[in-house]
Write a protein that binds this ligand. Structure first.
Ligand SMILES: Cc1ncc(COP(=O)(O)O)c(C=O)c1O
Length: 400
């Protein structure tokens, strides 16, 4: 019998080498207790959380928790059905209303995850004869959406405006064109030049979809994302987002002003052929989204945290993913995976959890220690985090 898993042997060896070095499995950590959006107990040790994407710290908001408990009591633990059959409750509609109000848009569709939102919308609007022009560093869910719809995929160099234009020029006359961009790219935490790219896509007659997973709630005056901050939100045909970051729960969505949008509910397979989110989840999401509308102070504090951490890490001598702080993600570039794993462990021993990211998820084969800040991190916690980076960096010879 052939071993269908043999193709994973190199990965098995790489993982074993990390464990043989006496390190904790960076991809198998268990949070034994979570005390707040910024503190948890891991492996019996209290750690500051700096790798959760919980940007706005909504997971322990008392109103959010109360809404979830109320929905659990009123509607039960799950819907056991698709959104188009028995799986749409009043709380699902309330959640879509909250999204419409948040974005000031006509339509909102809630999916069970952000992954499914990309998978569903992309594969449904762009089919076999259509062209998808996308940034090469796009998220896996975007690539999977392109593959599911079987469209022609035309990637362009990351954040390169000229490369986008060259690709747009090459699309055959009359063909359907979808340009896919992200507001914030999650690996390096850099922002897209949407103010240039969205008008360019429109000039060539393309439909524009922007994934704002890592900017919703935080970036832009109303927290609508990079498209809002850069003044091009009205030209975006579809915005994709997730509840698993700033909103603080699980789920995904698409908002749009497209007049034919509602038909997508009947033809989008990852919406139709899966069970809808539990009522408690959509109730927490709706409450969180409405609270994010008045999150101006929290957004300002999160920017302060991002600036403080970026400047501090730079001062310590670390190489960062961006020259300046552009989002709530700050990526520390490691020379290789073994060093990255050792530094990750040293930080954990100091009492800090960050994400270890490695290829193929990362661009250009990089190993990254990805830090994501939270609006609930205090200024003192950011100072503690910097002290831990200094100690771990010296212990592993990452800095002098
Ligand atoms: C850019 C981007 N889009 C979509 C997703 C998927 O979100 P979800 O966690 O809701 O599936 C992610 C999650 O990491 C993401 O980073």
């Amino acid at each position: 019998m052939s071993d269908l898993l043999a193709k994973f042997d190199p990965l098995i060896e790489q993982r074993q080498a990390i464990l043989d070095d006496g390190l904790t499995d960076p991809f198998g950590l268990v949070m034994e207790r979570v005390e707040s959006p910024t503190v948890a107990i891991c492996n019996g040790q209290r750690v500051i959380l700096l790798g959760t994407y919980n940007y706005m710290g909504m997971t322990f908001d008392p109103d959010v928790i109360a809404a979830g408990k109320k929905a659990l009591d009123e509607f039960g633990s799950g819907t056991t059905g698709s959104r188009v059959l028995n799986g749409t409750y009043s709380v699902h509609k309330a959640c879509e209303e909250a999204l419409k109000d948040f974005y000031a848009m006509d339509h909102a569709m809630v999916f069970s995850t952000g992954y499914q939102a990309n998978l569903g919308i992309i594969s449904t609007i762009a089919g076999k004869d259509d062209y998808i022009i996308l940034d090469i560093d796009s998220h896996a869910s975007i690539y999977d959406g392109c593959a599911l719809g079987n469209a022609q995929i035309v990637p362009f160099r990351h954040n390169d405006i000229d490369a986008l234009e060259k690709r747009l020029k090459r699309v055959p006359e009359g063909a359907g064109k979808l340009v896919i961009l992200e507001g914030v790219y999650s690996m390096l935490g850099d922002v897209a030049p949407l103010d240039k790219m969205v008008p360019l896509a429109k000039k060539y007659g393309a439909t524009v979809l922007v994934d704002e997973a890592h900017s919703m709630g935080f970036i832009g005056e109303h927290g609508r994302g990079v498209a809002e901050a850069q003044g091009v939100i009205d030209d975006c045909d579809f915005i994709i987002g997730t509840f698993s970051k700033s909103v603080g729960t699980v789920g995904g969505f698409c908002v749009s002003n497209h007049p034919k949008f509602e038909i997508l509910r009947l033809v989008t397979r990852p919406y139709v052929f899966t069970a809808s989110l539990p009522p408690s989840v959509v109730a927490t999401a709706a409450t969180s989204i409405r609270k994010l509308m008045s999150g101006k102070d929290k957004r300002a504090h999160l920017w302060e945290n991002s600036k403080l951490l970026h400047a501090g890490l730079k001062r310590l001598g670390f190489t960062l993913g961006t020259d300046d702080p552009q989002s709530a993600i700050i990526a520390v570039i490691m020379p290789d995976l073994p060093t990255g794993a050792r530094m990750w462990q040293a930080l954990l021993d100091e009492g800090l959890y960050v994400n270890l990211a490695r290829p193929p998820a990362t661009p250009a084969g990089m190993t990254l220690l990805r830090c994501s800040l939270c609006a609930e991190h205090s200024t003192d916690q950011v100072s503690e985090i910097l002290a831990m980076f200094e100690a771990a960096g010296r212990a592993t010879n990452c800095i002098n």
